[in-house]
Design a protein around this ligand. Structure first.
Ligand code: 5GP
Length: 121
């Protein structure tokens, strides 16, 4: 799938749309989800233009991949949802069957309360 430069997260990265920022470095941006599904619901996205996890793993530099997953854990720590603080769920949706709405790779972080069943209907 070709990357759509006008997807909503690309606009957030370009500063065309505001977000409630949690963390940013050269490789990633993290912000709160606009429609939280749990008490804490954050998103972590790479700054590079990748549609989904498969695109990222195939096309990103190892440094980008390493920095992305490091930042994912760092954000969970910033949000105080790490394992010792109650724990969290992280997930990424890929494509139509995965329920992906925004075609720029993002991992969700849910926490602050019990997240519930692994997969719901
Ligand atoms: P997906 O279904 O693609 O895995 O998740 C997309 C997520 O992006 C949804 O949870 C949705 O609420 C969130 N979202 C969509 N548009 C915006 C926006 O403009 N700002 C923020 N902060 N989140 C958004």
């Amino acid at each position: 799938m070709k990357y759509d430069i006008n997807n909503i997260f690309a606009k957030i990265l370009r500063g065309e749309i505001p977000c409630k920022k949690i963390y940013e470095n050269d490789y990633v941006l993290s912000f709160y989800d606009i429609n939280p599904q749990k008490k804490i619901h954050a998103l972590v996205i790479p700054k590079g233009s990748y549609v989904d996890l498969d695109d990222f793993i195939k096309n990103a530099k190892e440094k980008e991949i390493f920095e992305f997953f490091k930042a994912l854990s760092h954000v969970a720590n910033l949000l105080k949802v790490s394992n010792i603080e109650g724990g969290y769920r992280t997930l990424t949706n890929v494509g139509q069957n995965g329920g992906q709405e925004v075609p720029h790779l993002h991992f969700h972080i849910f926490g602050g309360e019990k997240v519930g069943k692994m997969v719901s209907n």
